[in-house]
Design a protein. Structure first.
Ligand code: HEC
Length: 163
């Protein structure tokens, strides 16, 4: 058994040596650009469509009521999932293990939101939205020096959901 494992290790090492050169990634913008133009608008599609708001008429479920609405959520969720891959690009990740782990979390939560949109499951979407917020926060707490601003950003966002 041990011999098999060692042989497998050599095989993997051999494959790594022959690996393709890095694809020619092009930096479209800096991290602020990616956050403001890719990730945040996508997350908003999930957050603006999950949970309840209290109005004069009572509790209103923010979940989409049309196929188009659910497609928008699915789009946001898909962008979030692939944003995790985007953030794992070497220029962004810079070999930082925790950054990569959190980015993988973004892929997973995005995929869960995609599944919730496919199932038209508003409860699952709400839970996924909360988990998504946790992923954003866990990266910001470690890597965004002025991360306190993110809390303010979320507080600003919440009232707009009732508009
Ligand atoms: C893997 C790390 C990582 C994840 C995950 C992440 N962010 Fe960020 N985010 C950053 C970093 C780093 C900055 C600070 C960029 C700077 O100022 O150079 C930032 C900044 C921001 C900003 C402020 C941009 C500005 O104008 O200064 C917003 C908004 C933002 N993130 C939204 C989000 C949202 C929403 C999520 C989750 C859906 C998220 N981020 C997930 C790393 C991350």
């Amino acid at each position: 058994m041990r011999i098999v494992l060692i042989a497998a290790a050599f095989f993997v090492a051999g494959c790594a040596e022959k690996s393709e050169p890095m694809p020619p990634f092009v930096a479209v913008g800096d991290m602020v650009h990616t956050m403001n133009n890719v990730i945040e608008p996508a997350a908003d599609k999930i957050w603006d469509s999950s949970g309840y708001v209290l109005t004069a008429e009572g509790e209103v479920n923010l979940a989409p009521t049309t196929d188009e609405g659910w497609m928008e959520v699915k789009h946001g969720a898909s962008v979030i999932a692939d944003s995790g891959n985007l953030l794992m690009m070497p220029a962004h990740a810079q070999g930082r293990e925790e950054w990569i782990a959190i980015s993988r979390g973004l892929v997973e939560v995005g995929r869960q939101a995609m599944a919730a949109a496919d199932a038209r499951d508003d409860e699952a979407l709400f839970e996924t939205g909360a988990a998504l917020y946790g992923v954003c926060l866990s990266c910001h707490q470690v890597y965004w020096e002025d991360g306190g601003r993110f809390t303010a950003f979320v507080e600003e966002k919440e009232p707009s959901a009732s508009q």
